[in-house]
Design a protein around this ligand. Structure first.
Ligand SMILES: [Zn+2]
Length: 117
């Protein structure tokens, strides 16, 4: 049975990017930080989520390794129409004990795992 899964990446600011495992590693964050612009900070953390044996929303909600929210998403509501627009993406605490990666200026990526006790 072949491996199935996806990758989670966090930038320096804690924005989450998820990608298919076969996708290229993102180097810069594309999360929104206000209505007009994206974050652009470097990706500094990554982990793989294995879905080979199935995966659904309940698994994610039960997942003890779920990322911890540092700052919630910020929305702006337009009073005229009650339309809500995302202003700033949710930010997570970077769980450095779960390994992280550091892309350098040339785009080389160094990935390592801190000792787990
Ligand atoms: Zn970011």
């Amino acid at each position: 049975m072949s491996y199935e899964g996806f990758e989670e990446y966090l930038c320096e600011e804690g924005h989450l990017t998820t990608c298919d495992t076969m996708s290229d590693i993102p180097l810069l964050c594309e999360a929104g930080v206000n209505i007009a612009s994206i974050c652009g900070k470097r990706i500094v953390w990554n982990r793989s989520i294995d879905t080979t044996n199935g995966y659904d929303e309940d698994d994610m909600n039960m997942n003890k390794d779920k990322l911890e929210v540092a700052v919630g998403a910020i929305y702006q509501t337009y009073s005229s129409c009650n339309h809500m627009e995302l202003v700033s993406d949710i930010r997570y605490k970077i769980p450095r004990e779960q390994g992280y990666l550091i892309p350098d200026e040339e785009g080389n990526v160094y990935q390592f795992q801190e000792n787990k006790s």
